[in-house]
Design a protein around this ligand. Structure first.
Ligand SMILES: Nc1ncnc2c1ncn2[C@@H]1O[C@H](COP(=O)(O)OP(=O)(O)O)[C@@H](O)[C@H]1O
Ligand SMILES: [Mg+2]
Length: 491
């Protein structure tokens, strides 16, 4: 006979209030109506409320796409009492983009946050899981209770992730898809879905698509002046793509997926520069103004443990009297104590660097831009961007915007002899691009060589100059400058 465990004490049954479940349901019902920190504007509302199964939204930069994505995820998850996957092309864009938007915009009383797997349990009963599509296969197992998927920056997501992973998941649960992005050429799944949304064919009845330019966002201040400014800072085809949200043919862009790099933030300390982190590895790139309309640009990157290069400082100025650029550059370099700095030698670059060496003992390695040396330099930056090794300031930052626009506008062209040339389109700037190129080169070195060396001149400045310019340094106005015929005219 089995022994009775723990004696024969009887436990009185717990009396549950009769209406407990009804009360819980009532609370949940109330929490389904989220009191958002912001409300969607009418065009966003229309898209969120539309009942098509496959919705494709192709809109301009800063239209409010990520706002809409995070809002729709919560509303749909609560309404359907299920799981909505809110996805973005890379882990970093998922975390810094949609995940950050979600946490910023959804008031705390409506959610329980699980940071480690980027999931939000909604008090209204739904669940939102933020996922990245660079490792889309990892999402396969996460689909329990799935009702729909939202893809932010969808044009940057490869076909594989959607066709082989997301679509089958949706088939299993008869779920819906909301894809949101700026356009990226007439190709890929995003473009095809958008086309089907426009077609009006019976077989495409489940599809609907929208296309709206940036200036239809009524919440952006000074929008007309802003649009004028944007129009002037990028060539027409880039403007059509980024702001007017048109699918244009390949715009000859050299730097792809720039939009996915807008992940760093400008930090500013008391003296107007960010406080350097002790022990951090900083690298500097400098591009010197060549002519009256050019800028001198200094870029500072921090190399993180995983090899990511994160933009910590960017500054630029037009032509200012001779010694002033030296002082400004030196201030930044002395502040960050970079492991290496590279500046462009061409035109006056070499002279300025020598001047800085003699006045401040700062060593800047020189890069001589030629038809041959430029291509690998530019390709190195292109690779850092495409492989998501670079975190830049977003275009909501005034200088971030300048940089992003320069990167998006930068072109590759072929000469009659079939050589590639790289530059900004005629009439546009590339100073920020070149400065960034040199900062990346400083941080990563040249492929197959070019060891990273310290940023200080060791030993005598005179010897260093002699080595570099093969002529003894001479004193002019109290500072050492490189001697030799090469610089004779300037001094
Ligand atoms: N419904 C809204 N209410 C208030 N501000 C909004 C709204 N939608 C967008 N915005 C503003 O527009 C900016 C851009 O929105 P965001 O979603 O980041 O754009 P996108 O993802 O299209 O680039 C936001 O920083 C915010 O200031
Ligand atoms: Mg966005």
């Amino acid at each position: 006979m089995p022994r009775k465990r723990g004696g024969a004490r009887s436990i009185a049954p717990v009396q549950l209030p009769a209406n407990l479940f009804a009360q819980a349901e009532e609370r949940r019902e109330a929490a389904r109506h989220v009191d958002w920190k912001f409300s969607l504007y009418p065009a966003q509302q229309e898209i969120e409320a539309d009942a098509h199964r496959f919705k494709t939204v192709c809109n301009g930069r800063r239209w409010g796409k990520s706002f809409l994505a995070s809002h729709a995820a919560v509303e749909r998850a609560n309404a359907e009492q299920g799981l909505v996957m809110l996805t973005a092309p890379t882990y970093k864009t998922a975390k810094n983009g949609v995940w950050a938007h979600l946490l910023n915009n959804l008031p705390a009383q409506y959610r329980a946050v699980h940071q480690s797997d980027m999931t939000v349990e909604l008090t209204g009963g739904g669940r939102v899981l933020v996922g990245s599509l660079d490792q889309a296969d990892n999402l396969r197992g996460a689909g329990t209770g799935l009702v729909g998927i939202i893809v932010d920056e969808a044009a940057f997501v490869p076909d594989y992730a959607v066709e082989n992973v997301l679509r089958p998941m949706l088939m299993d649960c008869n779920g819906w898809l909301l894809a949101i992005s700026t356009p990226k050429g007439r190709r890929g799944w995003f473009y095809r879905y958008w086309l089907r949304g426009q077609s009006g064919d019976v077989q495409d009845a489940a599809y609907r698509s929208w296309s709206m330019p940036t200036w239809t966002n009524p919440t952006l201040p000074n929008i007309e002046a802003e649009i004028d400014d944007l129009r002037n800072s990028m060539p027409e085809n880039v403007f059509q793509q980024e702001i007017a949200a048109a699918f244009v043919d390949d715009v000859g862009q050299v730097f792809r997926d720039v939009q996915l790099c807008e992940l760093a933030k400008r930090q500013v300390g008391k003296d107007g520069l960010p406080v350097p982190i002790p022990g951090a590895d900083y690298y500097v790139g400098i591009d010197f103004a060549r002519s009256g309309s050019d800028y001198t640009v200094i870029t500072v990157l921090e190399k993180l443990d995983d090899g990511t290069l994160s933009l910590v400082w960017l500054d630029r100025w037009g032509r200012i009297p001779d010694e002033e650029p030296i002082n400004r550059l030196a201030r930044v370099i002395l502040h960050f104590q970079p492991r290496r700095s590279i500046g462009e030698e061409n035109s006056f670059g070499g002279v300025y660097m020598a001047w800085m060496a003699s006045k401040y003992h700062i060593k800047v390695d020189l890069f001589n831009t030629t038809g041959q040396s430029k291509e690998p330099l530019v390709q190195q930056l292109a690779a850092a961007i495409e492989f998501h090794r670079l975190d830049l300031w977003p275009e909501s930052d005034p200088l971030g915007k300048v940089l992003v626009n320069e990167l998006l506008s930068y072109e590759r062209q072929e000469t009659a002899e079939g050589h590639a040339t790289y530059s900004a389109p005629v009439g546009y700037h590339d100073d920020c691009v070149m400065s960034l190129c040199m900062a990346v080169r400083a941080a990563e070195g040249e492929l197959g060589g070019d060891a990273v060396v310290g940023g200080h001149i060791e030993g005598s400045v005179e010897d260093w100059m002699l080595q570099r310019w093969e002529a003894p340094a001479v004193e002019r106005g109290g500072v050492l400058v490189p001697g030799g015929a090469r610089f004779g005219r300037r001094w």
